[in-house]
Structure formats: C-alpha cells, structure tokens
Design a protein around this ligand. Sequence first.
Ligand code: SAM
Length: 179
Amino acid sequence: MIPEVAVLRLGHRPERDQRVTTHVGLVARAFGARRMLLAAHDPGVVRSIRDVVARWGGAFQVEGDVGWRRCLVDWKAAGGTVVHLSMYGLDLTEVIDRVRACDPVLVVVGAEKVPGEVYGLADYNVAVTHQPHSEIAGLAVFLDRLFEGRELLIEYPDAQIHVLPSERGKVALGPAEEE
Ligand code: SAM
C-alpha cells in the first residue's frame, strides 16, 4: 500500500521563512506528497508553489491560511495518522514500518518553536537523527523512507518542462527555466 501524504507546515514567518517554506512545498511535491497545508497567511508562497505545479506538472495542491489545531484534530477524527518530525522523537528507522501501514498520513514540520500541544496530538513524533538540522532535510529523508525510493520514479506527463538525464550538460524540453 502506498499511503496518501499531506504536509502541514507550522510556524511559517512570512518575513523570514518564505524560501524555506517554499522548499518544503517543492520537496513535498517532488518526493511524493499530494499536498501542502500552510498554517499561515502567505499568498506569495502559495502562488510560487502553484506556479511550479503549472509548469512541472502533476496534481500537487497547496492551501494557505490553515488552522493547524483544527487540521490535526479533523485529520485524526477522519482516521488519518499524524506524524510530527522532531529531533526529540522516536528514531525514524524504528517507526517507519508502522507508519507505512497507515493511510492517509499528515507529516507536520515546524519552523520556529513548535507548540508542545503538537507532540501530544501527533500519533508519532519521529526523529531523522537526533541532531538539529532542517525541515527540508527531515521531510525529504522521511518521505524517501516512507515510499522506499518509489518517489524517485514519479513521472509528470502533463508537464510543460521535461528534463532529460544528461551525463554532463543540461537538457530540458520546453520553456527555459530560470536558475
Ligand atoms: N527550534 C524549533 C523547535 O525546537 O521546535 C525547531 C527548529 S527546526 C530548524 C525546524 C523543523 O525542522 C522542526 O520543527 C522539525 O520539523 C524539523 N527538524 C529539524 N531537525 C530535525 C530532526 N533531527 N528530525 C526531524 N525533524 C527535524
């Protein structure tokens, strides 16, 4: 079974987290999640991720202004599983087999200090090592372990841009992509 995954981004600060939160969305999309829920008001981030979906394809969805507490409670009430990524949690390697049997899965990542309530509401608090690093790396590794590498094979037949594997150069079909 391949679980349906959504990512909830907590604690986004529009004045300083735009790039990181956008990358959370891009990683969520590229590594197999179906949507990102942004628990903040930042239309610019929502728009930039939607722009990527329009050009690079797929049906990834992003939604802003999400109330995180209601989102967690409703997700669990509907039978979903909540996984909160935190360096304080259980080892990823210890719990990933159990999480893989759950569907759908909401993966929660923080920015600034995560409210203690989240740790109690989560079905699993999961550490990707017990070292401080980043929501981007934590999410990428978690999704790759969850999907066991299948996410690396996703194709986007509706994309406007297609990159072709190249040993040295850069080969892309479609409108030029700014760096
Ligand atoms: N200082 C904040 C706190 O203690 O709540 C967290 C800051 S951290 C840069 C932002 C997010 O990255 C965390 O909320 C967590 O989701 C993720 N993260 C960072 N290191 C992690 C780790 N070792 N394992 C899992 N997630 C991690």
